[in-house]
Design a protein around this ligand. Sequence first.
Ligand code: GLC
Length: 509
Amino acid sequence: MGRGFVVVGVAVTVAVTACAVAAVVVGKRVKSRRKWRRVVGVLAEFEQGCETTVGRLKQVVDAMAVEMHAGLASEGGSKLKMLLTFVDTLPNGSEKGIYYALDLGGTNFRVLRVQLGGQRSILEPDVERQPIPQHLMTSTSEDLFDFIASSLKEFVEKEGDGSDTSLMRRRELGFTFSFPVKQTSVSTGILIKWTKGFGIEDTVGREVSECLEQAMARKGLNMRVAALVNDTVGTLALGHYHDPDTIAAVIIGTGTNACYLERTDAIIKCQGLLTTSGGMVVNMEWGNFWSSHLPRTSYDIELDADSPNPNDQGFEKMISGMYLGDIVRRVILRMSHEADIFGDALPKLSMPFILRTPLMAEMHEDDSPELTEVARILKDTLEIPDVPLKVRKLVVKVCDVVTRRAARLAAAGIVGILKKIGRDGSGGITGGRSRSDIKMKRTVVAIEGGLYTSYTMFREYLHEAMIEILGEEAAQHVILMDTEDGSGVGAALLGATHSSNRVDNVQLL
Ligand code: GLC
């Protein structure tokens, strides 16, 4: 009897324990399902906030064209600065000689020597690239320009025999300076503000070529800035050199911007000041474009607030390489707050700008079945080990949403320019002709910058959106031309075109 009681007792205990374990397991599953649902909810909300339907993109196109008009009409008329470049002649292929160029404006600084042989021939340029030391980006004007002049001097010395006479020879230089500059001539201009993480206060308001020429003189270099150009303008010059149908250039790299050829009579704000009657290249500084139609999320707002230039460069912060990685990081951080799907202590994930865009692109383009690159980057860069596959997939999806929105907005920006100059097949904003009257001209847009040239998914999304906005037929007339290193070579070409020794220039438009 007693034994029987014990047996029953044991059986009951086992059953209760089993139930308890089952309850715990089920409870855990329910909990983890809830967590997962919350995380997926974060993604869904983000995706919705980033939506770029064709309808919305068309609103962005219209807003861009309207803002371009406003910026051309009056100084401060728009967030788009629409800066005049005084470039009213572009290289025509007959330029000859050796020209130098400096290219400053992104993560790297480049020095180039370009040999022009006439008849549209550019001999393989010598290019030297080096990263800008981080401390110089926020140091003093003298430190930055001395560093540039020293690098240039070393480069020039390698060219000749290093003799005094070789260094004394006066050379013409094209200077690509990729920040907003109010030009006073093709070779001079005042820095309006810094962008892309640079912040050297004593340069703002100063004449940029003078800063460089003084530094070159300090280093004993006899050089003159023949052309001071934005990177978009250098890219346009090279594009136009290769293909005269090139009417605009776009950069999508660390920062983003565009320039295009405008009729002088459309530039109302400077009427009377302009001596040319043809056309002129306008640097839009589109990174600062803003419109209520842009799909902005809470992550964009937070990124802006934490950036060195809040309330500035809103379009750029949704599109360019300096920022995309950080938007992704912010979404992942939010997911980790909602539910600990990445583990607990994540100090790295809270560090702004730690996830750089090239790494984000690598994660996005990881096509291995186990997403091994994603796992490696999460571990090495963000110090998040052992992320399960389904979470890795989620991370890839976040990268996709961020990149797709950026590429599609860039496409809308490009179509905005085409619309402004009547090349979008719709008759333009002031056109008035019916669609059937319009015969689209072949239109080439030169593009440079790592996001476009080295990030396949970005490029594909951009192309896809161009077709969606323009329609298949009109899109066939628009050619996007990849001009690698165009901003530097183009500055050398403009240096040649505007060299003191040249007379035979071709006027635009
Ligand atoms: C930033 C600069 C602009 C430059 C662009 C691309 O937007 O303000 O001048 O063209 O980056 O480098």
